[in-house]
Design a protein around this ligand. Structure first.
Ligand SMILES: Cc1ncc(COP(=O)(O)O)c(C=O)c1O
Length: 485
């Protein structure tokens, strides 16, 4: 196959260049019916290729032409047996994988800090979670991968589990010992699913940790929009081997995916794949050099610490993506959130994410050394002007999340009648919603779990420290929805 080709993008360019008389949806008619201000900012080219399933442009729900060929090229570039284009992010792909891996009443082994899309997948599939505990990196206080021994135990204690899921890499860029984990999962005869939302670039340069598929995963989903250069919402799902039924994955995708997939997003996947296949190694080399310089410069700033090789443990923190830079600022007497706010207001620097202790930087493909130097100047300025040296008024740490106990099945609880109660008086009820402190988004409680006094205390302290919540209907968490029993 010829990785120089981008069949879908080429077909769209050909269509747009043929001066088509557009009597089809989308109704903006290639721009003539679009709001002028949007047309001005987005440019006419975007509207030219925003089309529907026209002759010659194939159909994502039943691909047989240019989309099928573009997906085959993606499979070859990533070393997969079969690849699928996704237009609703990795969220959609993880949910489809989970729906294909098991049947209602089955069990999925997964990290407690799984992304919320995974919780959604469990609800859709009717699977019960078997949670494993991620390791927490000392001082930085962020959750990394799950120790291999913990997965071994889960597989042994739950021989009826239908699959194991791991995040590779995590949002913080760390990877666990996935080779070892895949050996354990393979020995148990079940598939290993990878949430590779932050890892599509790992396949194109040897100095980065190996991609999940190469390390033995059976199915993986990647937000190409996060690290591969495609547009937001565009992702890839890859399968390798026979442990997952590709027809079931395909059927699950069709069930939950729009019938009007964006050709702009799909073309961006085709173009990003072509560029990664042809130039990924050079682009990632440049990114490696820029981020290595960034790390070295930040290491010299007094009062901040950059997560690096000294923190690896040979297990749950086995390796890390050099292009994801976690900077601990708490020794300056600031929370990561405060530091991020200051960098934005004083220097126009927008970080990827911030938590109690850290800011997380995601320099992407094409980042320049000058941009990195500007960032370093901003962080030096932060340390000089804002560093207080005393402990920040941070919220409760990850290690303090109280243990959870399921009183009802997740799916049952999600569908059960519920009512709002004031958070202060919620202890003793059963939760009907999902509540995580974000970032990093580890659920403190899930639907069907008992609300304990410790949980109420944890969530209240997090709220007082200015944390944001993901999941609850009331984002301020004055109220929480509980099962109406
Ligand atoms: C670890 C992880 N998994 C899955 C997702 C979902 O990806 P997407 O936004 O492409 O749906 C995210 C998004 O932030 C994520 O961080």
């Amino acid at each position: 196959m010829d990785q120089n080709r981008a069949p879908l993008l080429e077909a769209l360019v050909k269509y747009a260049g043929s001066s088509p008389l557009r009597f089809h949806v989308p109704g903006h008619g290639g721009g003539r019916g679009a709001p002028e201000d949007l047309l001005g900012v987005a440019g006419p080219g975007v509207f030219d290729i925003d089309v529907t399933e026209l002759p010659g442009l194939d159909d994502l729900n039943s691909p047989a032409g240019v989309i099928a060929r573009a997906q085959e090229l993606a499979a070859q570039a990533f070393g997969a047996d079969r690849s699928f284009f996704l237009v609703n992010g990795t969220t959609q792909g993880l949910q489809a994988l989970i729906m294909a891996a098991g049947r209602p009443g089955g069990k999925l082994i997964l990290p407690r800090n799984s992304h919320r899309s995974v919780v959604g997948g469990l609800v859709l599939a009717g699977l019960d979670p078997v949670f494993t505990a991620p390791a927490v990196v000392r001082d930085f206080n962020f959750a990394a991968g799950v120790p291999a021994g913990e997965i071994q135990r889960a597989v042994r204690d739950h021989p009826d589990a239908c699959a194991v899921l791991c995040a590779h890499p995590t949002y913080y860029g760390t990877v666990g010992d996935i080779q070892k984990i895949s050996g354990i999962v393979r020995a148990a005869g079940i598939p290993l699913l990878a949430d590779e939302a932050h890892g599509c670039h790992l396949y194109f340069h040897r100095s980065y940790p190996a991609g999940a598929l190469r390390a033995g995963a059976d199915g993986t989903v990647q937000s190409v929009h996060k690290t591969g250069g495609s547009l937001t919402q565009s992702s890839l799902l890859h399968l390798k081997g026979r442990r997952l039924d590709e027809d079931r994955v395909s059927a699950a995708l069709k069930l939950i995916q729009t019938s009007s997939p964006s050709y702009i997003l799909m073309a961006s996947l085709d173009a990003a794949r072509r560029r990664l296949a042809l130039h990924g190694s050079d682009l990632l080399q440049a990114l490696l050099e820029a981020s290595s310089e960034l790390r070295a410069e930040l290491d010299r700033v007094e009062g901040v610490e950059v997560f690096g090789p000294g923190r690896l443990d040979g297990d749950a923190v086995f390796d890390y993506d050099p292009s994801r830079v976690v900077v601990r600022v708490s020794a300056l007497g600031l929370t990561g959130r405060q530091a991020a706010g200051w960098l934005m207001s004083q220097h126009g620097i927008y970080v990827e994410m911030a938590d109690n202790d850290n800011i997380v930087l995601a320099p992407g493909l094409g980042v320049t050394r000058e941009e990195c130097r500007r960032l370093v100047r901003g962080i030096k300025d932060l340390a000089d002007r804002e560093g207080k040296g005393s402990a920040p008024a941070a919220g409760p740490g990850l290690g303090e999340i109280p243990p959870a106990r399921a009183a009802m099945r997740l799916r049952e609880a999600w569908f059960a009648p519920s009512r709002p109660v004031e958070i202060a008086g919620a202890a003793g009820t059963v939760c009907a919603e999902w509540v995580a402190v974000y970032p990093p988004g580890i659920p403190v409680i899930l639907p069907g779990e008992e609300v304990t006094a410790e949980m109420v205390n944890y969530l209240t302290r997090a709220r007082e420290a200015g944390a944001k919540f993901q999941g609850p209907a009331d984002p301020g968490l004055d109220w929480i929805r509980v099962i109406d029993s």
